[in-house]
Design a protein around this ligand. Structure first.
Ligand SMILES: NC(=O)C1=CN([C@@H]2O[C@H](COP(=O)(O)OP(=O)(O)OC[C@H]3O[C@@H](n4cnc5c(N)ncnc54)[C@H](OP(=O)(O)O)[C@@H]3O)[C@@H](O)[C@H]2O)C=CC1
Ligand SMILES: O=C(O)C1=N[C@H](C(=O)O)C[C@H](O)C1
Length: 245
């Protein structure tokens, strides 16, 4: 049995993950911690899952690393600076491992992988992410990661930026520029988490779309990471390698 703690346990995803951990025969939920709670019960955990808030996650991670608890993190807000800080903490306290993924849904991971593969073959790439209106951050962590992967793939293939002759208009009309890719964020009641990667070339377009229709979509990927994080030294980004991608 792997002893598991959840940070953000009363949140939309955290509550779902508590149910998933309790339902798994090889996992035991030993701590369910939310904002304002004492983190001490997490000392009993071998692995802690963090689905909290970008403003809270770094403090949680430092605590977990200091206490030798492996971390599986879905919370967004990680840029290169934050990742370098986490690597520094891990170098000082090598007992704990950390896996951070912008999206644990298997279909979303495949969507990013397909977009990365397709990106060099088209003149234009844009990303539209669509989420529930209570989401804290925009654009989503998934959209940021997709843009990074798309740009890296295009640069590696020697493909230039997407054409765009816009010279006038309203601020924001072309979305946010993430690594040279235009990213558009929709917030709409009724939605959960969705993304389209739009690719356009000579007389054709390709649209790669993923929909999380329920927050259960994140559970299999998170539980896979919980089961494997102890054997992944240091910092791992994404669950691609765990899926054999
Ligand atoms: N990687 C992935 O696959 C996915 C990532 N996410 C990300 O996960 C995060 C959470 O999303 P979601 O569940 O919708 O958000 P919610 O706001 O529903 O849940 C977050 C919970 O964490 C609590 N919390 C805040 N600070 C702390 C803290 N310091 N310690 C413990 N708990 C804390 C919040 O309490 P309070 O409300 O009182 O502040 C809340 O109960 C977001 O960053 C989101 O983007 C979401 C889905 C999938
Ligand atoms: O806040 C959410 O809901 C989600 N957050 C993650 C992100 O920002 O990419 C993953 C998924 O899109 C759901």
């Amino acid at each position: 049995m792997i002893k598991v703690g959840v940070l953000g346990a009363r949140g939309r995803v955290g509550a779902e993950l508590c149910r998933a951990v309790e339902a798994a025969e090889d996992l035991e939920l030993v701590a369910a911690v939310d904002a304002g709670d004492d983190r001490a019960p997490l000392e009993a955990a071998e692995v802690a899952i963090d689905f909290t808030h970008p403003a809270a996650v770094m403090d949680n991670l430092r605590w977990l690393i200091e206490h030798g608890v492996h971390a599986v993190v879905g919370t967004t807000g990680f840029d290169e600076e934050r990742l370098a800080t986490v690597r520094g903490w891990l170098a000082e306290r090598p007992g704990a491992n950390v896996l951070i993924a912008p999206n644990f849904a298997v279909g979303a991971v495949l969507m990013m992988s397909f977009a990365q593969k397709a990106a060099p073959f088209f003149d234009s790439v844009e990303i539209v992410e669509l989420h529930h209106p209570n989401k804290a951050d925009a654009p989503s962590g998934t959209a940021r990661r997709t843009a990074e992967l798309v740009t890296a793939a295009r640069e590696k293939a020697g493909v230039g930026p997407s054409p765009d002759a816009t010279t006038t208009g309203l601020d924001g009309a072309r979305g946010a520029d993430v690594d040279g890719v235009h990213v558009h964020a929709v917030r709409l009641a009724g939605l959960i988490a969705h993304q389209e990667v739009l690719l356009g070339g000579h007389g054709e377009t390709l649209t790669i779309r993923h929909d999380s229709l329920s927050r259960e979509s994140f559970s299999p990927g998170v539980l896979l990471a919980v089961r494997r994080v102890a054997e992944l030294p240091g910092l791992t980004i994404g669950i691609e390698s765990l899926l054999g991608l």
